[in-house]
Design a protein around this ligand. Structure first.
Ligand code: AMP
Ligand code: MG
Length: 542
């Protein structure tokens, strides 16, 4: 009897590699570090590794690509998504882009440790670009090695999927695979290099194009490449803008830029909603599709502190702190406007398009805050003050942001405001404060005053308790990927125990659900994690 080899989902991937087919390539094919001009990418193969071992994979992402569980647990899966085996139809390449880093133009950056495998179209006609992060050097690796370590790969893998389930626009992660090789890193750049385990994450997104792609061509005066690149981006990733339009040109470019402003604003509103701090909002880390991209030294607010950033490289200026993310996104959009200016040749319409960012952000922020507070609709006349007073209270004593909003939903609003005692009002919120001894009488009085005002506001619009809870629990996650939880999962993974990585992946699949058996993942940061590396402080070393 002849046994037929079962066709795996991996063999069924339908590649449609438009990026390499339609855009100019670097003519040099050897893999050495260099400046690459008049080209959008370089062909480059992943470096083979010794002993790939799958640590985890995302079943939702696998399903999108048509993979079964058996596919994901096959030997071939590990080989393909670590970069040891190139499937028929894959055309690996690294993109050429530049960027502003911390406000300074940095010139050519590019995919220094990301190698794109190609783009697939799934059965629902969705395009997914597959990209390996940490699969070896490319012409854009500059002085670095093109590799990634387990700790940063766990963080990227888990956060991509956690953000997706939280409803935040993001690039995705299919798999997390150990390479079986060591990588040396000096985590805090303080002369303490250490061998760490190497890993590769397969990232997935409709597109990995960044603001910096456009900027690099503009900075070099390569206007024709810039035009070609923009035309490609619009026709491939924004096809709705070209429907029924005879040809691409200024008008469509502007409509496109407006859309980038809008989707960027929407993404930032989500970050502010869930307390996510990106950490490195350089223009090379800004997705053209308004997706959260490049999970490096990011973090989640434990206690609500608008000045917080986890990134030690940014500790001085704190340019990318939580409270400044909205302004930084706009700054980045201004750089993108400058980059496409040669194709528009007029300042006014670009400025007008930029104003869409503020408008979309304000609208999005208002409705986001209404949901967080359980209001039917945001009324600027009353609710701007209500929010500002709340933020001041949250920042004044250490208050866990995630727990606070979740517990706020429990405040009863169906009684008469005058009948509630202060104790009754404060009781549901107790768990959200880090130090009960910091709660002075005057502070507690101000909180209860605010709560009474809040209850009256809800009563004024005749909101029902049950509706309010539902609205709030859909906007305020119970579970976020707390910094210390990731670090605990990493500490275990480095010892060969991947159970917590898998557990976190699982709990983060339903971040708004109560999940009674997962309560231990919904508690505030423990004291030991307050100043621990990896928990509250992270560097770019990854
Ligand atoms: P980031 O701010 O981490 O997104 O990285 C900025 C630039 O440095 C990008 O061009 C990356 O590709 C590159 N880069 C970061 N880490 C490495 C590495 N280990 N090897 C090569 N290039 C890297
Ligand atoms: Mg980057």
């Amino acid at each position: 009897m002849v046994l037929k080899k079962q066709v795996s989902g991996l063999d069924n991937l339908a590649f449609d590699n438009r990026f390499v087919q339609q855009l100019p390539a670097d003519c040099e094919t050897d893999n050495y570090r260099r400046q690459v001009t008049k080209a959008c990418y370089s062909n480059v193969l992943p470096t083979k590794v010794a002993a790939p071992k799958v640590v985890a994979y995302s079943r939702e992402m696998a399903e999108q690509l048509g993979f079964t569980i058996a596919d994901c647990e096959s030997e071939q899966f590990a080989k393909v998504f670590v970069g040891n085996e190139i499937l028929a139809g894959m055309k690996p390449y690294a993109m050429c882009y530049g960027g502003h880093q911390f406000g300074q133009w940095a010139g050519q950056l590019g995919d220094g440790r990301a190698i794109n495998l190609g783009e697939v179209v799934n059965t629902e006609n969705q395009r997914w670009a597959l990209q390996l992060k940490g699969a070896g050097p490319t012409p854009y690796s500059r002085s670095a090695d093109g590799l990634a370590v387990l700790r940063s790969s766990v963080r990227e893998f888990l956060c991509s999927e956690a953000m997706f389930h939280l409803g935040v626009p993001t690039t995705r992660a299919l798999s997390l695979i150990l390479t079986g090789e060591n990588v040396v890193r000096d985590m805090f750049y303080d002369g303490n290099p250490k061998a760490e385990q190497g890993a590769v994450v397969c990232r997935v997104a409709p597109s990995f194009i960044r603001f910096g792609n456009f900027q690099l061509f503009a900075s070099r005066g390569e206007v024709e490449v810039l035009r070609q690149f923009l035309d490609y981006t619009i026709t491939t990733d924004f096809p709705h803008l070209v429907e029924n339009q005879a040809s691409l040109g200024k008008e469509i470019y502007l409509a496109w830029f407006e859309e980038v402003c809008r989707t960027t604003a929407e993404m930032i509103v989500h970050w502010q909603r869930v307390g996510f701090v990106h950490g490195v909002m350089n223009t090379d880390n800004m997705s053209i599709m308004g997706l959260t991209i490049d999970y490096g030294p990011y973090g989640w607010l434990d206690d609500y502190d608008p000045d917080w950033t986890p990134n030690t490289t940014d500790a001085g200026e704190r340019r990318y702190r939580y409270g400044q993310q909205p302004q930084m996104a706009l700054w980045n959009l201004v750089q993108l406007a400058n980059a496409i200016y040669p194709l528009i040749d007029e300042v006014e319409p670009l400025q007008q398009a930029l104003s869409i960012y503020n408008q979309s952000f304000d609208e999005g922020w208002n409705s986001m805050m209404a949901n967080k507070l359980g209001l039917r609709a945001f009324n600027p006349e009353t609710d701007n003050d209500l929010c500002q007073e709340l933020f001041a209270l949250l920042a004044e004593v250490e208050t866990d942001m995630t727990l606070f909003y979740r517990k706020l939903a429990l405040i009863d609003i169906e009684g008469r405001v005058g009948d509630y005692t202060d104790e009754q009002l404060l009781a549901p919120l107790q768990e959200s404060w880090y130090r009960l001894d910091a709660l002075t009488e005057s502070y507690k009085t101000r909180v209860t005053l605010w709560l009474r005002k809040y209850i009256l506001r809800l009563q004024q619009e005749e909101t029902k308790q049950a509706d309010k809870i539902q609205r709030m629990n859909a906007a305020n996650p119970k579970y976020v990927l707390r910094n210390y939880l990731s670090q605990m999962a990493i500490d275990k993974a480095e010892q060969g125990d991947y159970s917590m990585v898998k557990d976190l992946l699982e709990v983060m699949r339903h971040p708004y659900d109560e999940q009674a058996d997962k309560q231990h993942y919904a508690v505030k940061r423990p004291e030991w994690a307050r100043n621990k590396a990896g928990c509250s402080k992270l560097s770019c070393s990854s």
